[in-house]
Every structure is written in structure tokens, then in C-alpha cells.
Ligand binder design. Sequence first.
Ligand code: GLY
Length: 425
Amino acid sequence: MKKNLVILTLALAGLSACQKTPKEDYSWIKNSLDIASAQLLETAREVDGTGMLPRSIYMGYDMDFLCRQLERDSATFMDSLRAQPAPGMAGKRRLCNVYDWTSGFFPGTLWYAYELTGNDSLKAEAAKYTNLLNPVRYYGGTHDLGFMINCSYGNALRLAPNDTIAAVMAETADNLYKRYNDSIGCIRSWDFGTWNFPVIIDNMMNLDLLFAVSKMTGDSKYKDIAVKHANTTMNNHFRPDYTCWHVVSYNGDGTVERKQTHQGKNDDSSWARGQAWAVYGYTSCFRETGDSTYLDFACHVADMIMDKVKTEDAVPYWDYDAPVTPETPRDASAAAVTASGLLELSTMAADGQKYFDYAEKVLKSLSSPAYLAKPGENEGFVLMHSTGSLPNGSEIDTPLNYADYYYMEALKRYMDLKKITYKDL
Ligand code: GLY
């Protein structure tokens, strides 16, 4: 009798434990990783031998649509910038060469897909496409070297380290270092245009390469300029409500020449991806320096994003100030960058749970059929519905390789925080 009672008590305790902790449903992650892996492998196979990398899909745009979104008339438009696809190319995959600012994202996405699934075919493709970028180590013509080399070789170093990788990263950091101007306290972004010394908010994303190379070499000079760049940008790029300008150009003495946009709706609007670069960048700065000024700043930018993005699924329109109509394009890339940044921030901030919850919502939206490609479609990209540069009539409501990269990175960060692996899904 006593034995039966014990068995019954244990059985009830087991039942109630099961009821209290229902297993969380991660099938959405499994679905995303399986689709991503298949899309990436197929793309790698199709692009093989071209010496190029997948970037987006060619699209053409109607001038009236652009003017409605920009609330401008066409007389103010630089139509020469609005490259239309060559005949027969609309809807086809757009490739880029290794000197394009996005060249590191496809190899980096392959690395994340390999890391998340353990599929060795993805690893082989990741190594192959990373090696393609080797000539970039001799290139100094852009600030985007961090994106290009840290997302490709930086992930290679984590997952398949060797001395060559470290050398490529160090040489690239030297070339980025040469773009730093000490009177201004910033790294120069672009070499084109009429600006004296343009710095764009995106440039915050190139600092991770400098932090990594300081750690790798033991030479603090790379980290030192990263910190100076972050501080100068904090002083000049942000408005009192923590939204930021896209471009700040400086005079030689460090005073501000102009504050403008290049990819946003207008100079004083809040371009969605710019806000995402900002929160991600200052979160990295706190990780690498431990300086709580950056943590506080990243939290303010994150709070601003969570307040200003009014879409139900938390995937922003391309610019927070764009007129909202049924035709207004989203920017899934901004959503993915934000999700990845907020997941890291959630581990640092005192009230991190709110950032985690928001990032989780974004990730679930991006993993839904509204944004996630159907297998075999979307020209091999993982996500749909990003916007590259609407004012320049370029890459609007299309896949973008960097949306895929930050989406995979965010999934990785999410799975790490949930302590789950592919085998658990
Ligand atoms: N770095 C360029 C962009 O975000 O479109």
C-alpha cells in the first residue's frame, strides 16, 4: 500500500513538472535553418566559377513611386543614379565583385549556417568564398573593409583558424587605419561625392575589425582609433531623441561641414538601417571597452527604435519618416541588424529582457512566410523585402545579402542565449 502511494506521488509529481514546463516550440528555427542551408548551398553551386558573389535581385522602379515615397518632385532627382537593370535582367540575381562593400556577407552567412547546423558542405563553401576575398587585403579605397573582411575572414578565424586568416585581417586593419584623421577623430567613409570628409553612421560597423586586430596583435592602436571614431560619432551624428543623421561631413579642423542623408528620405529623417547600425555599433563598443557610456548610449538608441517602429511585426519601413501607404517598402535588413544587436545588448543591460523580447519578436517575424523565402525561390537568398537605397532607386523591396547575414547571426545569438543547438530542434 505504502509502495503504491509512493509510486502514485512520483507519477503525479512527474506529470505536474511536465505541465509546468511545456517544451518550447522551436520548429520555426529548424525551418529557417533548413531553408537557409538549402538556399545557400544552391547559390554557392550556381555562382561557383564566376569569381563573383551574390548581392541582391535586379529590380527597376517607377519614378512616381520613388517621388511619392520621398515626398519630392522628380525635378530634384538625380535620375542618372537610378540605374535600371539591363534588358532581361530584372528579377535575376545581382552579383558583385570582391571590392563591393557587401562582398563579405555571403561567405559570412555560409560560416554562420555551418556553425548552426554542423553541415560540412556549408563549411567547404564558406572557406572557398572567403578565400575569394584575399585581394581585398591590398585595398584601401573604402571604410567598408570591416564589413568585407571581418564578416568573412573574421568568422573563418573563429571557426577554422589559421595564420593566413590572421594576416589578412591585420593587413586590412592597417589599410582601414590609414583612413583615420586625427584632427577630425574619425575614419573617412567614402572617397566619392562632394563632401570634404564624409563619415556615415554605417562606419560604426567597421570598428569590430579594429577591435579584433588589436586583440590579435596586442597593438592597441587599432582599438584606440575605433574608440576615438565612436566618440566623435556620438558627439556629432545624433539628435536629442537619439535618432541619427546618415552622413556627417567634417572640415579639416574637425568642425562639422554638413549633416545629410544619402540613403534616407531626407536630411532630417531617420533612415531605418542607420538606426540599426547605431545600436549594433555602440553595443560592440561596450563589449570591447567595458565603458558604460556606450552601454547607456546603446540602450537609448534601442529604446528609441522600439518606440518609433510602429509596424505590427516590428520589421520597419525603410525610413521611419516615410509616408506609410500600402506601397511603402519594409527593410528586413534593418530588422535583422537590430535583432542581432539587441540580443547582444540584452546580455549587458540591467533591463535586458525587454531587448531580448523585442529581438525575439523581430526574429519570429523574419522567420515567417512573410519574409522567409520559399525553398528554391528568391534567387537563392534567405530573406525577402529589404531596401538598399530608395533615394538612389536601388535595391528596393528585394533580398540583400546583408539581411541574410545579420539574420543568421541573430539566430546564432538567439540559440546561444536559449542554450539550444540544431540537434535540439
Ligand atoms: N553601408 C551601406 C548601407 O547600409 O546601405
